[in-house]
Design a protein around this ligand. Structure first.
Ligand SMILES: Nc1ncnc2c1ncn2[C@@H]1O[C@H](COP(=O)(O)OP(=O)(O)O)[C@@H](O)[C@H]1O
Ligand SMILES: [Mg+2]
Length: 181
């Protein structure tokens, strides 16, 4: 068993260069999850010792209550049933953390995240690779174990940026249309 996500988070918090990039994270309790849902529209509840994208619950505020996602399951509950819905997915013996949900950008309709792989062959750390990990359709995790796949980061970013350029030029052309009155 590794050192756990909570401990890794605390270690990263000690570094000011990292701190401002870390999403708010706490040891999970129902009260804490509810409190975070007052501030953020989405939270992730994750097993402290999880891996491969397993056991992760996503809760999102929606117009009437909450959307609870677990794997490919999606349920809608009112605030009275949220506790039970979350509880039904928790392993009784497990420790969990609750984290602010980040809205990830998409590549061909699926979310992705960017990874930089570091290695320390001798005394110095080296970047050994960079990749985007693209989730399988309808997944909210990008892990390989859940059908995610790697794509060259450059490819993903250049696609995003051409899109952005397209949006910009469309807007520019619109502006060029003379208005009446
Ligand atoms: N706070 C979050 N906001 C948005 N997506 C998240 C968040 N936490 C995790 N994810 C998604 O779930 C995946 C798995 O989460 P992670 O914390 O890396 O657990 P694991 O150790 O199981 O890989 C991430 O790669 C990312 O795609
Ligand atoms: Mg991971």
């Amino acid at each position: 068993m590794g050192i756990g996500k909570m401990k890794k988070h605390r270690e990263m918090l000690k570094r000011s260069v990292l701190r401002r990039h870390l999403p708010e994270t706490h040891r999970f309790t129902h009260a804490r999850a509810l409190r975070m849902l007052r501030t953020y529209s989405t939270i992730f509840i994750k097993p402290n010792h999880g891996s491969g994208g397993s056991g992760i619950i996503r809760v999102k505020k929606v117009r009437k209550g909450y959307e609870v996602r677990y794997g490919l399951k999606r349920t809608h509950v009112g605030s009275a049933s949220l506790y039970k819905a979350i509880q039904s997915y928790l392993r009784p013996s497990g420790q969990y953390l609750v984290q602010r949900g980040l809205r990830l950008a998409k590549y061909k309709g699926s979310i992705f995240d960017a990874r930089i792989y570091m290695q320390k062959p001798k005394k110095k750390w080296d970047i050994s690779g960079m990749a985007a990990r693209v989730a399988a359709p309808h997944r909210f995790v990008t892990n390989y174990h859940k059908g995610g796949h790697g794509v060259k980061l450059k490819r993903v970013l250049s696609r995003l940026f051409t899109k952005r350029k397209k949006v910009k030029s469309t807007l520019r052309n619109k502006k060029d249309i003379p208005s009446h009155g």
